[in-house]
Ligand binder design. Structure first.
Ligand code: ADP
Ligand code: MG
Length: 909
């Protein structure tokens, strides 16, 4: 802040030597430091108004308007507005052409409102409004189809929807019976219906401030604040909807009518109030209320000047030779006259005004009066600036932006009538909020034409939401859908476990020959491999009394090798092992090796496993049907490497279960939600028809990713899922996995976005070629986009990388799409898991099962909502089970070592 506090008014040196005048001017000048404090107080008051708990007592009411969208220029159609004004009904018809609102057609008509109607029955008032409308429509044009109407109703209402608002109390001279407490939208709609007009729908009700905001958007920069600097004072702006705790809406933004005129009613402004302000307040119809408004509203500025003049005249500093009784009369000095006095350089106007009041004023009186007028108006400008600075800073902070660029629509005679006002406003805003660049734009005929824009934007948003819902509906699963999936999974599990039906089951239920979880007595040093998705890792794991420690190295498997020959793949793996042993100084030891291999295998023994099929983007030739352990041993031989002792091959689900089982003995389920998805669990041997023996339990690798490959899930696949599936290297396979896991979610979202662009729901329908590229929309984007309400900037960044110019509403819509896709994934995963835990509970003859799931996979771990949705849905679907999810740390590698350790345990069979 600058050292000295600048005084924002003209000071003519010739006047300074009058101490009484000086004192008045000082009292009317608010230092920058004090404005800064007022800004902070205003922000606090705004927060209180928005907060559910403090709203009721808040001075600044922050009323939700349910207007969630500003015009974007694509609005098209015919819109009606009815505006209820002081003594008039104004009707307006606006035709928009979707051309950026550059050439709207506007027709309007004004009707005088008879005084007796303002005080008569409510029904009569609304009938009168409808009749005006009827006459207007009859005059203007024949109408076809539905006409949306916006209703400007500038009274205090309890609004609960854009088209639902109960009148709290009449003001401004109105007092119609039977309206207070009723929904005025409904009253107007009923009256309109009685007129048998063509189909006029009241779709939006708004206060007059809101309209101002809507008219001032310019290309590329929306107008998101409106200031009314008129008889009264008010401000509205677009707030982050989730911060508006008094309204249900949580996504996007909502226009808030601040009603900031009441700021200071709790005493916050007392120290800057002058004796003149006190006198104005005393004489007003509502003493003690609307303190801020009374410092800035044009209803009061003339009055403030009048009281200064009274004081100075009494001190004989002004009009010493006059009878000043006329100044005692309320309203003799109008704000318009004050503005006229300061808008003219010379004192001629002042002279004229004072003479008209019958005051004998000399040249000196006139310049003094002019000086006082300037001080009062300048003070109003600085106070407006502080209020606006509060709104700007609040917006900037809550949007998590370093810089805010925004248009501010300003309406009212103060702004239009006085250039100095605008200059002060602008420069003080800049001093108080250097981080915001606000462009002040005059609004022309704000409320009426703006109301049409509100209505148009609301209609557009409503139509868009309906169509978005239509696109997303197939992805939204009901509870019945999920129960059905659970039942089907259960059925497939039974089929897979039965020796006879196993070949036809889509869930293979592969025995793993792992019959127990770790008991803590395992010891030793092991090598481990983890192959099966995004990364290939080699690890060394030491299991000792102190616990487990390990070191690992990540190696890349090039796409050429993922889709090459078996020899190439296993040679590459051997190269990586040799490199690792060199780096870790392990070349002269032979360590037992556990191999986490996350593809479906028919396990013949712990160290013998025949590959059934590749998944997750692998398609290496010459491996299917082969023993994977043998393929690795063969490669070792080709490399003349003798220090390899493969003792166990495990699936990653099993590894995860084992590693979590080391910490939690109740862990009898393993779950992976990473590149792919799969699960395993401990099944009673007597239920495992595919393995001899009935004693104890064995871990079953479900291979649930293939659930649905037999067509049993066809009814839940959407067109998007089919498009994703068609573009994979294994179409028709791993259908369940393709609804859930990281390799596919981004793709599902991409296909939905393409359809939405096509239907002109996104990016204003602009084509975006880059979105045609497969895998360009990564699953990690879902995490970022869904993270929280503050991440909109990151959404923009992601979209800019895709060469997309996304509006705020586009970002909101993208988030809805991502949420829908990830929620479905989590719910389907829960339905599968519900089948597992319920089967375990029943097999064990328990009323209630308490079990832990060891879980791994980046999607599960990093997505902000997935794990929560999964657990919530699971609890709902399997209420008799208490399921704890334990994320594994490095599960698959550690688990492979533990399986090897269990196998190497001297006591093991
Ligand atoms: P794998 O399953 O291959 O062992 P991961 O468990 O690390 O490997 O899962 C990798 C997958 O997780 C990637 O394919 C990607 O789709 C997804 N992923 C990566 N980062 C994120 C993230 N931040 N949020 C959600 N998913 C992610
Ligand atoms: Mg993994």
């Amino acid at each position: 802040l600058p050292q000295a506090s600048p005084a924002f008014h003209f000071s003519s040196p010739g006047l300074i030597h009058c101490p009484q005048i000086q004192q008045v001017l000082r009292a009317l000048t608010i230092p920058l430091e004090r404005l800064q404090i007022m800004k902070v107080h205003m922000m606090q008051a705004m927060r209180r108004g928005l907060c559910r708990h403090t709203h009721a007592e808040a001075t600044v009411q922050m009323l939700p308007t349910y207007i969630c969208s500003t015009p974007d220029g694509t609005e098209k159609g015919v819109f009606l507005v009815v505006e209820l004004c002081q003594n008039q009904i104004r009707t307006l018809m606006v035709t928009l052409f979707g051309d950026g609102n550059l050439s709207p057609q506007v027709v309007y008509k004004v009707f005088e409102l008879p005084d007796d109607i303002m005080h008569g029955e409510g029904e009569v008032l609304f009938d009168f409004i409808a009749q005006c409308l009827s006459q207007f429509l009859g005059d203007t044009s024949s109408c076809q189809g539905r006409l949306p109407l916006g209703f400007v109703f500038p009274f205090s209402c309890k609004q609960t929807k854009l088209d639902k608002a109960e009148l709290v109390s009449w003001s401004k001279g109105f007092s119609c019976s039977d309206v207070e407490g009723k929904d005025v939208v409904q009253l107007l709609q009923l009256a309109i219906n009685k007129q048998e007009l063509c189909q006029v729908d009241v779709v939006a009700l708004m206060n007059d401030t809101v309209g101002t905001m809507m008219t001032c958007s310019t290309e590329g920069r929306p107008c998101e604040i409106a200031l009314v600097a008129d008889r009264g004072s008010n401000c509205c702006f677009m707030a982050e909807a989730h911060l508006v705790e008094t309204a249900e809406e949580t996504s996007g933004r909502m226009c808030i009518n601040t009603e900031w005129g009441c700021f200071g009613d709790d005493g916050m402004l007392n120290d800057i109030m002058t004796p003149y302000d006190e006198s104005v307040d005393d004489e007003s119809s509502n003493p003690g209320l609307k303190r801020f408004e009374k410092l800035v509203g044009t209803l009061y500025l003339g009055e403030i000047v009048r009281h200064v003049l009274i004081t100075l005249a009494a001190q004989k500093v002004l009009f010493p030779k006059s009878n000043v009784a006329v100044l005692k009369e309320k309203g003799v000095l109008q704000t318009q006259q004050v503005l006229d006095i300061i808008n003219n350089e010379g004192t001629a106007v002042a002279m004229r005004v004072l003479e008209a009041l019958g005051l004998a004023a000399n040249e000196r009186d006139c310049s003094r009066v002019q000086q006082i007028c300037r001080a009062v108006v300048s003070r109003a400008a600085t106070l407006y600036a502080a209020g606006l600075a509060a709104v700007l800073s609040y917006m900037c902070q809550t949007r998590d932006m370093d810089q805010l660029l925004v248009n501010v629509g300003v309406d009212g005679e103060l702004f239009h009538g006085h250039t100095r006002f605008k200059e002060i406003l602008q420069s003080v805003i800049k001093l108080l909020t250097p981080e915001c660049a606000a462009t002040l734009l005059p609004s022309t005929d704000g409320s009426g034409w703006g109301a049409a824009m509100v209505t148009a934007a609301a209609v557009r948003l409503e139509a868009q939401r309906r169509e978005v819902d239509e696109v997303l509906a197939p992805l939204r699963l009901s509870r019945a859908d999920l129960e059905h999936v659970q039942t089907l999974m259960r059925l497939e599990m039974e089929l897979g476990l039965d020796q006879e039906t196993n070949p036809t089951a889509s869930v293979r239920m592969l025995p793993t020959y792992v019959c127990g979880t770790p008991d803590g007595t395992e010891r030793g040093e092991f090598l481990a491999l983890d192959l099966g998705g995004t990364n290939f890792r080699v690890l060394v794991v030491r299991v000792s009394e102190e616990g487990i420690c390990m070191a690992s190295e990540i190696y890349v498997i090039p796409t050429a090798i993922m889709q090459g020959t078996g020899e190439q793949l296993f040679d590459h793996i051997m190269d990586c092992i040799i490199d690792f042993q060199l780096k870790q100084n392990l070349t002269n030891q032979i360590l037992p090796l556990g191999f986490t291999f996350s593809f479906p295998c028919k396990q013949v023994g712990l160290d013998k496993a025949l590959l059934l099929t590749w998944t997750k983007g692998f398609s290496v030739s010459g491996c299917v049907g082969q023993d994977v352990v043998q393929l690795l041993r063969d490669a070792a031989q080709r490399k003349n490497h003798t220090g390899l002792k493969v003792v166990a091959l495990v699936n990653d689900t099993v590894g995860t279960m084992m590693s979590c089982g080391y910490d939690d003995p109740k862990c009898e389920i393993g779950l992976i939600v990473g590149t792919g998805t799969n699960a395993c669990y401990m099944e009673e041997m007597q239920n495992v028809g595919t393995v001899e023996g009935d004693q104890g339990r064995m871990c079953i690798n479900m291979e649930w990713g293939a659930f649905g490959d037999n067509g049993c899930l066809d009814h839940i696949f959407t067109s998007f899922d089919r498009m994703v599936d068609d573009n994979t290297i294994n179409p028709g396979k791993q259908r369940f996995e393709k609804l859930i896991s990281g390799m596919y979610l981004g793709e599902i979202v991409r296909h939905i976005l393409l359809v939405m662009v096509d239907r002109q729901l996104l990016f204003k329908g602009n084509p975006c070629p880059k979105l045609q590229t497969k895998d360009i929309f990564q699953t990690k984007f879902l995490s970022t986009i869904e993270l929280n309400e503050l991440a909109l900037r990151q959404i923009r960044t992601i979209l800019q990388d895709l060469e997309l110019n996304a509006s705020f509403e586009d970002s909101v819509l993208m988030r809805v799409v991502c949420q829908t896709v990830s929620l479905r994934a989590a719910q389907l995963c829960a339905a599968g898991m519900a089948a597992v835990v319920e089967k375990m509970r029943e097999s064990r003859g328990l009323d209630h099962l308490s079990v832990t799931v060891g879980v791994d996979g980046t999607l599960y771990k990093l997505h902000p909502n997935f794990s929560h949705s999964l657990q919530e849905t699971l609890q709902d679907l399997a209420p008799n089970c208490t399921v704890t999810f334990l994320p594994s740390e490095d599960g698959s590698g550690k688990g492979a070592a533990l399986v090897a350790a269990v196998a190497c345990r001297p006591t093991s069979p």
